[in-house]
Structure formats: structure tokens, C-alpha cells
Design a protein. Structure first.
Length: 454
């Protein structure tokens, strides 16, 4: 890793020596004998990192660190001094230095410090760009993603939100069905009303009926309001509707048909004024055919049908979501974890995510807790993600006759990564382990071949 390094030392001989020795390691080096001049050059020249002495005539290296931290916080400073004490090192870090080396400088030590500093700078830049992408994504509510399936979903939600019709949300476990339901509520005319959730998964039927319709009592203050009452004027979200007991289904159907709810233990009819949104990961049509779910209730629920894409179909959204979760959990635990190492990002993109967004969030939360670095590495990921055979994704099966040539596999993998990162060539090159020129050349050849065959 190379970059433009500015050496600052009031001894010109030291500057020239470092220019020559760092140049042999691939760095582009400029130098100056004054900290004041160095600050001026930061505005005029492209500088990736600074190597500065501490004790200099005029402005000291510590003061230079402070000034650089204020005016150019993205430029790391490596401080060198002949006074290699712990106090000096602490003072340098407090002043804003990224790292500290002692004089006489061992060039290998300085090279390692500079490489780490430049990697840190590049990571900060990448994370800032990704965060801007996350902030600029034109999603819907709290939903995040720029993939084609998500763009289609946003269009569908925008049209659906303004309606008051019942909505049935279908999708695998962990795809964000409740998040979509809340987004519909906030985007509709009932946004000022309550949003009430009822989980229909297996539990005592009497308790579920009480949650839905309420329960009467001997005295007014002993009555318990049901979800239909609590959601009046707003939205009632029935999660996992496919698990609704068969004995409760006709009572729910009656409430929807007559728009009244009858609390248990009473003949009183309570008016129903809710927008109903239901969700399930089950195949309700199959449940209807098998006699496990009432067909008439299914028709009442399935006025507007919204199917959520699994995470594995959302390509580069995986990295956007990972960055959002990373920022959240890092802030929550007070750790300075900034992003993903390239190989870790590649593993996230290749893993099929059977648990979808929920599994990704748990994965990132775990990785943030475990990592000791600024970036999440492969070793910080769960075993299932680390061990997943990438060939399963690339080849799509275990039949060798379907694999094709090595060149064809490479082409498919490169195009898959390009799609996953939204066409960002620099990011794709990093994930693929290629330099940008090589990637550009391969992509150019693919375009030429496609034109020749079209």
C-alpha cells in the first residue's frame, strides 16, 4: 500500500534520508523543514499521511498534530522523536497522532506504521462513503436497500400506504415483515393513530381471543380492552397469521365482516375501526387447500398482497445493512469498529442468509462484540458464515458437468460481485483481490464479447 507522504523535520538531512528510504518502499515523498509550511502544503497538495519530528524550531510536532486534527482530521500523523518515553508517546497520541516511532528510526518500523496509517485513512474514507450511501438511500420508512427487488417493494408500498384496504405480507422468517407493516402505517392516513401488534403463534386460544377481542367483567373498570379496541383509528398488525388457531378464525372473520368485536363474556358489540395488516412465512394457499386455514378468511386478508424478497436476493443491500448494524452496535457498546475487512465483506455477500436480515443483524452484533480491530474480520464471523462453501453460490449445484470452464466461472463470479456492490469497481476489485486495471480489463472484455454475440 503506497501513498503521498509529507515528511516534516527541521533537519533537512533527515528529510532527504527518509525520502530516499521510503521511496524504495513505494511511497511518494515530499518534505519540509517547518511545521508552518507543512500546514500550508496540506491545502495545496494531496497528502495521504504525515511523518513529523516532535522537537522542531518554531511549531512543535505536538502542535502540528493538533492543528492537523482540527483542519484535516482524515490525514494521519506518525510522530518520531529521540525521546522515546511513555510520557512522550502518550503526549503524541493525545495531541492527535495516529502512531509513534522512536529515533533513530528503523525504516521497517516506520513503513509498517505508515501502512497501518494509510489503511486506517482508506477505511475511514470508505466508511464515510458507505454511511453517506446509507443516509442517501431513498427507502420507505426505516427500510434500507437499493437493490432492484427493494426498489420494486418501495413502489408497491407507496401505492399501498394511501389505501385503507387489508394487506397480507408474505416472506421468509427474518425478512422484516413487521418493519414493513410499521412503514405502511406511518405512510398512510392512519399514521396519527395507534399501531397494535398481536402475535398469533401457538398459545392458549382463550388468551389469544382475549388479546384480540377483549374481555368483559362484572364492573366497567374490570373490563380488558382487546387489540381491536386499542387499535381503533389506527392499524392492527396480526403477525404469524398462518398460526391462528382454527377455533379463532371464524371469530376473526366475523369481526372483519361485520366490523364489530365482541369481548369475551359479554354480548356487547364494539365497533371496529382499524386497518388490518397480517403477515406470515407460511404458504396460506397450501394451508387453505389442506383445510388448516379458512378460505373466506384468506380472501378477506389477501386484498393487497406484498411479498418480501429474501436477503440473498438483495445483493449489495447486505453491505448497506451490515454497516447500519455495525454503526448501531459499535456505538451501543462504545467500540471504535469502523467497517468490514474485504474478505469478511466477501463472505457476507456469498452466504445465503437463511435467517435473512435478522440473522445478519445477529451476526454483526456478535462480530462487533468479538473483534479487537477497527474492522470486522473473517475470524469474527459466525462459524456458519465462515464455513459456507462459496462454490455452492458460484456453481449453483454439485454436478460437475454444469460447472463450465474455469474462465466461465471466473466471469460469473466477477459479474456476481459487481452486481452485489452496485457496480462500484473499486470495491469489487478489493473484494476480488484484483487491482483495478485488471478488473477494468476483464470487464471490458466481457462487454466486447457480449457486443460481438448480440
Amino acid at each position: 500500500m503506497t501513498g503521498q507522504v509529507l515528511v516534516v523535520d527541521d533537519d533537512a538531512l533527515v528529510c532527504k534520508l527518509l525520502e530516499a528510504r521510503l521511496g524504495k518502499h513505494g511511497f511518494r515523498v515530499a518534505w519540509t523543514t517547518s511545521a508552518e509550511t507543512a500546514l500550508q502544503r496540506l491545502d495545496a497538495d494531496a497528502v495521504d499521511a504525515i511523518v513529523s519530528d516532535v522537537s522542531m524550531t518554531g511549531m512543535s510536532g505536538f502542535e502540528l498534530c493538533e492543528r492537523v486534527a482540527e483542519s484535516h482530521p482524515d490525514i494521519p500523523v506518525v510522530v518520531m522523536t529521540a525521546y522515546g518515553t511513555l510520557d512522550t508517546a502518550i503526549g503524541a497520541i493525545r495531541a492527535g497522532a495516529y502512531d509513534f516511532v522512536s529515533k533513530p528510526v528503523e525504516i521497517d518500523v516506520l513503513v509498517v506504521a505508515l501502512e497501518r496509517a494509510l489503511q486506517h485513512r482508506r477505511l475511514r474514507t470508505e466508511v464515510a462513503q458507505l454511511r453517506r450511501t446509507v443516509d442517501d438511500v431513498a427507502g420507505f420508512g426505516d427500510l434500507l436497500g437499493t437493490s432492484t427487488p427493494m426498489k420494486r417493494l418501495y413502489e408497491r408500498l407507496e401505492r399501498t400506504a394511501i389505501s385503507d384496504a387489508a394487506v397480507l405480507i408474505l416472506g421468509e422468517s427474518g425478512t422484516g415483515k413487521e418493519l414493513v407493516a410499521r412503514a405502511l402505517h406511518r405512510g398512510g392516513r392512519r399514521r396519527g393513530g395507534p399501531f397494535v401488534t398481536v402475535d398469533c403463534t401457538a398459545r392458549p386460544e382463550a388468551l389469544l381471543e382475549c388479546d384480540l377481542f377483549g374481555q368483559g367483567g362484572g364492573f366497567t373498570d374490570a373490563e380488558r380492552e382487546g387489540a381491536f379496541q386499542r387499535a381503533s383509528g389506527g392499524t392492527l398488525f396480526l403477525d404469524e397469521i398462518g398460526d391462528l388457531p382454527s377455533s379463532v378464525q371464524p371469530k376473526l372473520l366475523l369481526a372483519l365482516q361485520e366490523r364489530i368485536a365482541r369481548p369475551l363474556g359479554t354480548d356487547r358489540a364494539v365497533p371496529v375501526d382499524v386497518r388490518l395488516i397480517a403477515a406470515t412465512n407460511r404458504d396460506l394457499e397450501a394451508s387453505v387447500e389442506e383445510g388448516q386455514f379458512r378460505e373466506d378468511l384468506y380472501f378477506w386478508l389477501n386484498v393487497i398482497r406484498i411479498e418480501l424478497p429474501p436477503l440473498r436476493a438483495r445483493g449489495g443491500d447486505i453491505l448497506l445493512l451490515a454497516q447500519r448494524f455495525l454503526d448501531h452496535h459499535a456505538q451501543h457498546v462504545g467500540k471504535s469498529v469502523m467497517g468490514l475487512a474485504s474478505e469478511a465483506a466477501a463472505r457476507l455477500l456469498s452466504y445465503p442468509w437463511p435467517g435473512n436480515v435478522r440473522e445478519l443483524q445477529n451476526c454483526i452484533e456478535r462480530a462487533v462484540a468479538l473483534t479487537l480491530d477497527e474492522r470486522i474480520g473473517v475470524d469474527d464471523l459466525p462459524e456458519a458464515v465462515r464455513a459456507y462453501r462459496r462454490s455452492q453460490v458460484l456453481l449453483g449445484g454439485d454436478d460437475p458437468s454444469q460447472f463450465g470452464t474455469l474462465e466461465e466461472l471466473e466471469r460469473r463470479y466477477i459479474l456476481q460481485v459487481m452486481e452485489a456492490v452496485g457496480g462500484h469497481r473499486t470495491r469489487a476489485a478489493r473484494i476480488l483481490g484484483l487491482d483495478r486495471k485488471t478488473l477494468y480489463r476483464k470487464l471490458g472484455r466481457y462487454v466486447a464479447e457480449r457486443r460481438a454475440t448480440s
